[in-house]
Design a protein around this ligand. Structure first.
Ligand code: AQP
Length: 327
């Protein structure tokens, strides 16, 4: 049986990067895998989150999962903090992860750079991510480009555990899509579009109004060549916009290049904004219906129960394998 786990942190308002790199894929993959889509709220607090905002954003992400098309009848949707096995296995796996390998994680280096103080949770969070995945014996994990290294760590820790204590965990494979696996900021194609970027113009939010979307794309950086051509080396900003178009219109890059040949960036950016707006409007409508509904609560409560059933079996197996007294 192929089983999948993935999630999006409620660390900021969801943007089209998370949609292209994760959510859109979840909606497709749920038909081919037994899927667990969680909201890693414990990961979000590795950097400070305002409590009220964390609360609201956690519901937002859950509502957006559903609004984008994740079917709770088919997939399990739950909050990480509602399934205590995650932190418990996280601790057990910390005994197997090496300080040196955590120090090599590029995301930690990036997120701690220039900061006087960083939480120790930011340092160890890749181990909690390993626990998230291994608890469900996931065979596959859809990840954006930047999470590849964390999944490799997950495999290393699982392999080490299995060798030392006997076969307990399935080694997961990454699923990385070609287009949309790394959507870059609209203001700087050298930086990933990120929830935590304070520059409002760097990203289009899933809940942005049509006018804001139009304005943000019209301001997006391009280059002086004036040709809608996909070439990451020479034309990263335009290539990024073409990829966003491709993700939202579900069209091949070559088709988009042909359509805008000789038309310059003005027309292309205008139409790109409309393509994104058309995709987001129905998602925004559904989100509004769901976000404060008791239906959302019911789905999350039910999801946590279903998740805990699977997770507790793996946790028990891991504890027994390590020699803990269990009853
Ligand atoms: N810009 C992006 N392009 C493609 N994929 C992306 N993902 C996030 N941003 C992009 C993918 O979405 C999944 C969930 O990510 P996450 O929210 O859990 O973590 P993140 O990658 O750290 O997201 P952010 O937006 O950069 O959050 P902050 O700023 O809070 O750290 C992952 O598979 C991710 O690759």
């Amino acid at each position: 049986m192929k089983r999948l786990l993935s999630g999006i942190k409620p660390s900021g308002d969801l943007n089209i990067g998370g949609y292209g790199g994760a959510l859109r894929q979840y909606v497709k993959l749920q038909h081919d895998y037994e899927s667990f889509f969680f909201i890693p709220d414990y990961h979000a607090v590795t950097v400070y989150q305002d409590p009220k905002e964390l609360h609201e954003r956690t519901r937002d992400v859950a509502a957006l999962y559903l609004a984008a098309g994740i079917d709770p009848g088919r997939s399990t949707i739950f909050l990480q903090s509602q399934v205590p096995a995650h932190t418990e296995l996280g601790w057990l796996l910390e005994t197997q992860a090496h300080f040196g390998e955590l120090k090599r994680m590029t995301q930690f280096k990036e997120k701690s750079e220039g900061k006087d103080v960083v939480s120790s949770a930011l340092f160890t969070y890749p181990v909690l991510m390993a626990a998230d995945v291994l608890l469900y014996q996931a065979t596959h994990v859809p990840v954006g480009d930047d999470q590849k290294q964390h999944l490799e760590l997950t495999r290393d820790v699982a392999e080490r555990f299995n060798k030392r204590f006997g076969l307990t965990f399935t080694l997961p494979e990454p699923i990385i899509q070609d287009i949309g696996s790394r959507i870059m900021g609209l203001d700087d194609p050298g930086k990933k579009m990120s929830k935590s970027n304070p520059n409002q113009n760097s990203c289009v939010l899933l809940m942005d109004s049509p006018d804001d979307i139009r304005r943000k794309f019209s301001k997006a950086v391009t280059d002086s060549e004036g040709q809608v051509r996909h070439d990451w080396e020479q034309k990263p900003a335009v290539s990024n916009l073409i990829e966003i178009y491709s993700v939202f219109a579900d069209e091949e890059i070559a088709v988009i290049e042909r359509r805008y040949e000789g038309q310059g960036y003005g027309v292309f950016k205008k139409e790109l904004a409309e393509v994104v707006i058309q995709k987001l409007l129905p998602i925004q409508d559904k989100y509004r219906q769901l976000v404060d509904s008791s239906e959302l609560d019911r789905i999350l409560i039910d999801g946590a129960k279903r998740a805990a059933d699977v997770a507790s079996d793996t946790l028990l197996a891991a504890k027994k394998a390590m020699g803990f007294v269990t009853f």
